[in-house]
Design a protein around this ligand. Structure first.
Ligand code: ADQ
Length: 456
């Protein structure tokens, strides 16, 4: 019998909430093979033995519990105040704290124990993202020899970034516990290989895989995408996304409110464009940015900074009948988002660092091929590696952002159509179902790991 799939991710869908490309793709992959989806429970509990079975028909969902202290030190602490800034080249925001690190390892060891209790010999395991870097190593410690793959959704850190960690050599050892390390881009793969090249414990095999102590690991890029057809269909509904106050010409930005997304420079770039726009034009920037990780100081700071800049832009340019910057600080239903993208003349993605950036792909998929808008895309988003027909920008350069808005709003129809068609090909080629199938196919083909020798 073919083995089941076990997926581990920070969030798991609740019964009526399988939405968003990634969630749907994993849901589908689990639906084909049967198996288990393991993730953190949304409510904390002091009883961490309490594994909550959330049921399910085609596959089971199991939620592990975090205590309040673990939510603080593991999730907000090590994951989001050490690893997140580290991977997004913000060493200045990394908060070193030994309690964070201890909680991170403890939670990963606990999840490994849960896994070792439910896993069967033919199962394969797919671990997602920076919350679970040491999960593979903890599973190996418990004697699990199944194929285990890891996918990192965020940028792979450079050697310099890694040196911020107190034990950077653990990063390489933890990752080498997986049979397959999946990364978003070829540039991420290059940085990962650079890390192993600098590590005397690693040896490169002829086929490009890495022998680390006694284990063989492959490193490959699997650029993530969206449910392209589904999203395009949502965008084609006729319903008006605005109420009465629809702006005539608008650009759109959609991001979690995160310092990695380059929002201050985006607002400043838009202001620089307004300064020199053609006479009489009244373009709007509609920025949708729901808050995340609000308990982390760096997120409180960026929220305050953006409110100030937004107030300044509107204070300087607004007229009685025109608000240039519409800054919406909450989530928007996906169908409405899709229709907003379709009506927007351009989309601004200004990330200072970004694993992929799905907004760029959603915007392209949502366009009317007969009259498409223009994608303005940061060179530092993973998406830019293949989406080269976007108007590429340096998000650190405010003048460059202003120039790109100018170019986008003045672009002739023929050029818009040609660029959108080329971009759509990239989006279709990296559809999220292709992404998950490719990853699982490569993981299943990895050499098995039955002669494991522990590292530590
Ligand atoms: P994120 O950092 O969350 O993801 P992104 O890839 O842009 O960034 O995905 C955000 C998703 O949330 C998009 O689907 C977007 O439509 C949605 N979203 C954002 N704001 C919203 C709002 N206000 N209302 C409704 N929906 C909203 C991480 C990495 C990325 C990587 C993805 C997937 O940081 O680099 O592309 O994982 O691997």
């Amino acid at each position: 019998m073919a083995g089941r799939l076990i997926v581990v991710s920070n969030r798991i869908p609740t019964d009526d909430n399988v939405s968003g490309g990634l969630m749907v793709a994993l849901h589908d992959a689990l639906g084909y093979s049967g198996g288990i989806w393991i993730g953190a429970h949304s409510e904390t509990s002091e009883n961490t033995d309490d594994i909550v079975d959330l049921g399910g028909t085609a596959y089971r969902k199991l939620a592990f519990r975090l205590t309040d202290e673990e939510l603080q030190n593991y999730y907000l602490g090590y994951a989001n105040s050490v690893l997140w800034p580290l991977c997004h080249r913000r060493g200045d925001l990394v908060e070193m704290n030994s309690d964070y690190q201890a909680a991170y390892r403890r939670v990963n060891a606990r999840v490994a124990r849960i896994l070792s209790q439910v896993i069967q010999p033919d199962d394969i395991v797919w671990v997602h993202d920076y919350h679970f870097l040491p999960l593979g190593a903890e599973m190996r410690r418990l004697g699990v020899t199944n194929r285990v793959g890891f996918f990192l959704h965020v940028p792979f850190p450079s050697l310099g970034d890694l040196s911020v960690l107190s034990q950077p050599q653990e990063f390489a050892a933890d990752l080498a516990s997986y049979n397959l390390i999946g990364l978003q881009t070829r540039a991420d793969v290059a940085r990962c290989l650079e890390m192993y090249r600098a590590d005397p414990r690693a040896e490169f095999m002829n086929d490009g895989s890495i022998k680390f102590l006694d284990r063989i690991t492959s490193v490959r890029s699997f650029p993530i995408g969206i449910d392209t057809k589904g999203f395009a269909l949502e965008a084609q509904q006729n319903e008006q996304p605005f109420g009465k106050q629809a702006p005539e010409t608008f650009l759109i930005g959609v991001d979690r409110l995160d310092y990695s997304k380059g929002l201050p420079n985006r607002f400043k770039g838009f202001a620089a464009y307004l300064q020199r726009r053609p006479d009489g034009s009244q373009p709007c920037l509609v920025q949708i940015a729901p808050p995340t990780r609000e308990k982390v100081r760096a997120y409180q700071d960026i929220t305050r900074e953006l409110e100030e800049i937004a107030g300044h832009v509107n204070g300087s340019f607004a007229e009685l009948d025109w608000t240039p910057l519409r800054y919406i600080h909450r989530s928007v239903p996906r169908a409405r988002l899709a229709r907003l993208y379709r009506k927007a003349r351009a989309c601004l993605v200004t990330s200072l660092a970004d694993g992929m950036n799905l907004v760029a792909k959603e915007y392209v998929a949502a366009q009317d091929p007969e009259d498409p808008g223009v994608l303005i895309l940061s060179r530092f988003a993973g998406a830019a590696e293949d989406m080269t027909q976007a108007v590429l920008i340096n998000p650190y350069d405010i003048e460059d952002i202003a120039r790109a808005i100018d170019v986008a709003l003045a672009m002739p129809l023929a050029e818009r159509k040609a660029r959108n068609a080329a971009l759509l090909q990239v989006v279709e080629a990296t559809d999220v179902s292709v992404w998950s199938q490719n990853f699982l196919r490569v993981l299943k083909a990895c050499p098995a790991d039955f002669d494991f020798a522990p590292f530590f």
